[in-house]
Write a protein that binds this ligand. Sequence first.
Ligand SMILES: NC(=O)c1ccc[n+]([C@@H]2O[C@H](COP(=O)([O-])OP(=O)(O)OC[C@H]3O[C@@H](n4cnc5c(N)ncnc54)[C@H](OP(=O)(O)O)[C@@H]3O)[C@@H](O)[C@H]2O)c1
Length: 343
Amino acid sequence: MKNKFITITTHIEGTPQESMFEIKTQILPPIESNDVIVKCLYISIDPYQINRMKHQSSSHTSVADASKITPGMEINSGGVGRVVASENSGYVKDDIVYGSLNWAEYTIVKNENTLRKLDTMEEFPLSYHLGIFGTSGLTAYGGFFQVCKPKKGEKVFVSAAAGSVGNLVGQYAKLFGCYVVGCAGTKQKVELLKEKLGFDDAFNYKEETDLNSTLQRYFPNGIDIYFDNVGGEMLEAAIVNMSPFGRVAACGAISHYTNSQKQATANMIDIVYKRIRIQGFLSTDFYTNDFKDFMSVTTDYVRAGKLCVLEDVSHGIESIPSAFLGLFQGENVGKKVVQIAQE
Ligand SMILES: NC(=O)c1ccc[n+]([C@@H]2O[C@H](COP(=O)([O-])OP(=O)(O)OC[C@H]3O[C@@H](n4cnc5c(N)ncnc54)[C@H](OP(=O)(O)O)[C@@H]3O)[C@@H](O)[C@H]2O)c1
């Protein structure tokens, strides 16, 4: 069977370009004992993959899914697919599964632990299992409730707030009873946050010249929780504006991923005297203890119309590189997914 897949042509250090990706065709080897062959229906497109594509990054030695990718290699990611052949007693043809699939039409899954059968919940699109019911949702839920440890009424600031994780953090925080301000990179995104997602306020960071005074304007009495998706100068400004005993959830640093000059220089004196806690975390930290609770709360909220689902879907395996590049240009609104095949 022929299989198209996407790979990189070179390690990527700065801003990714389309020319750094290529589509290749391979012939799938014969299925072996325990293998499951999965046809990919939807694949998740995520900023963290850029760190895997670098020569060197602490990503490479963190968790298996963030390990190094070298030119020519298949690129695995969260995906939803249909089993087309199985030599594994746990799976049969036509099972719908979630797992670590490749940026490819088909994936031979050799490690069944990276796969699980999906409770497809027919009222929802399968793609939701990559966003709101998947890693983005769990990251937002675990990051906000376990890392930030919010109290009702606290003041929360979220960056990349119209993105996949950010929009959910803001919505969970509002539902919990916090005051929430988000920032995003366009006027339309800012309107969406305020009009549709219920944020108390929002601003376009690209129009601001002095982020310290911007945050002072939105949080005259200080920020209790900063959910950081971007790092860089926004993190520096948030720290200056944190309240005593404020918490910073270091979820991601996208401004830094493609520009090493953007690394934040945090004001350590502020951190000491205001007793600010900054904690990094990975979504995998929450799978064992929080996944069940997260799914139950989140499905209830979506069914009740209390959580709005933002998805941004492109079509066809050829669109993967441009979908990925778009993340770093702010082109996506909500969860970026590529539909590779019809359900
Ligand atoms: N810790 C974890 O386990 C975990 C899990 C998932 C994601 N993450 C991290 O969380 C962050 C958000 O991920 P996501 O999947 O939800 O992606 P996303 O927010 O849906 O997409 C990325 C967004 O980041 C913004 N952006 C791009 N370049 C930027 C820059 N230089 N400065 C500021 N903003 C920029 C863009 O929105 P604008 O229009 O607003 O610029 C873009 O739409 C990323 O840093 C990601 O690595 C961490």
